[in-house]
Design a protein around this ligand. Structure first.
Ligand code: SF4
Length: 409
């Protein structure tokens, strides 16, 4: 029997690395073949860009790589020196620092670095930082920066919002056609949306396997496994991969094979991952026989509203239905549902210093939810990428005390 501290790798991960490697290779090949490259925010109109034949590149994925490889902490000061405050998104500052220094994890994959953009396309549904981030490069390279401005703190997602976002998305077509030098083929857009929707269904099914007791997968695994759902939605490779992963997880469920040996407690992770500390945290939770079973973050790439028969409106609905741009009341109800669905014993809120948008502990949410559900919570102060803002010792002690509290019921 594996010891509780042993990380149980999923066999599918080797295939995932292949799929991601192929994506990066194609990105680079596309540049060599003079295909146009569009940078896209993680919940930007990726389906539209893919359908138009762009090489689609996601800088937030690069930001996460800079965090996971711990390169970010040394690169952030370079962006700070150029006028980006240490308080703004550390994906932004580490990515710009990486550009300024000419150092990137891409080089470990024998690639020169992120592909230069022919245009940058954002959606402010997640935050304003993405627009400022993209505008830096647009100024630097003299290329267009286009975007969708989505309302924030949305309560009811009504028709006026969907219509406004759909019109903004449609308005991107003309300038994008000018950059691409081709016309949008409506049949290709429908096909891409169909592929993106199928990817979503599978990714959601993967995440949902963790509702089983014991859970066959942890949040820490999810942060690795989500790669294709982020960068390859609308591409058949993502679908093929999640079919393999889901089959492996279903077999774990059937055999009651736990992700965390001897699972005693189930915890919900609310907030951004701490990319540079995923392994250490996974090991600590496993040693405590506590499984972090689910998170809002990994569920943010579930777009069930996509509908090929109504492309622009359904994209608008999917991009605006996102947790991060919803009201406090909506978020509270969502979290309550997730806590019940995943049978959690407690919630860990990560207060990420440079991402207030994904830190949901700041307006009394933990207290309200504890009162409603009776489930305890812990707030961990840290950051997605800037490890100078994270005290490992303090976090370790607090996590231990939290699990102890769960043990005492
Ligand atoms: S949501 Fe947060 S982490 Fe993501 S780009 Fe915006 S500020 Fe950065």
């Amino acid at each position: 029997m594996p010891s509780p501290t042993e990380r149980k790798d999923l066999a599918a991960t080797a295939k995932m690395k292949e799929v991601m490697g192929k994506y990066y290779m194609e990105l680079m090949r596309g540049r060599e073949e003079r295909r146009k490259t569009a940078w896209c925010t993680s919940v930007g109109p990726a389906e539209l860009l893919r359908a138009m034949g762009f090489n689609v590149y996601f800088p937030e994925n690069h930001g996460a790589m800079l965090g996971a490889t711990r390169m970010a902490t040394d690169l952030i000061p370079l962006a700070n020196a150029r006028g980006f405050s240490p308080d703004v998104c550390s994906y932004l500052t580490s990515d710009i620092g990486s550009y300024l220094k000419g150092e990137s994890p891409f080089q470990k994959m024998k690639m020169p670095g992120p592909p230069r953009a022919d245009c940058l396309v954002y959606n402010t549904n997640q935050c304003r930082d993405v627009k400022d981030w993209f505008q830096f490069y647009a100024r630097e390279w003299g290329v267009p920066c286009l975007g969708i401005h989505t309302p924030r703190a949305i309560g009811e997602l009504d028709d006026s919002i969907i219509e406004a976002v759909a019109r903004q998305t449609e308005a991107l077509v003309k300038p994008l056609q000018e950059v691409a030098g081709t016309k949008l083929d409506p049949a290709r857009l429908k096909e891409t949306l169909d592929l993106a929707r199928r990817c979503t269904v599978l990714w959601k099914a993967v995440l949902d396997t963790a509702a089983n007791v014991p859970a066959p997968i942890t949040f820490f695994d999810d942060t690795i496994q989500m790669g294709p759902a982020v960068v390859l939605r609308g591409h058949p490779d993502a679908i093929a991969y999640y079919e393999v992963l889901l089959a492996e997880l279903q077999s774990r469920v059937a055999g009651k094979v736990p992700a965390v040996e001897g699972e005693r407690f189930r915890i919900y992770w609310e907030g951004m991952p701490i990319w540079g500390k995923l392994r250490d945290l996974a090991t600590q939770f496993a040693a405590l026989r506590a499984c972090v079973v689910a998170s809002t973050y990994c569920n943010s790439w579930v777009f069930e509203d996509l509908d090929p028969s109504d492309p622009f409106r359904s994209m608008a609905r999917a991009y605006s239905n996102l947790f991060i741009c919803r009201s406090e009341d909506y978020k509270e109800k969502y979290l309550e549902r997730m806590m019940a669905r995943f049978k959690v014993d407690g919630v860990l809120y990560h207060d990420a210093k440079t991402c207030p948008n994904n830190s949901n502990n700041r307006y009394q949410m933990p207290q309200r939810l504890q009162q409603k559900t009776g489930k305890p919570y812990l707030v961990v102060n840290g950051d997605l990428n800037d490890l100078r803002l994270y005290s490992e010792e303090q976090a370790r002690t607090n996590v231990e005390a939290f699990v102890e509290q769960l043990a005492q019921g």
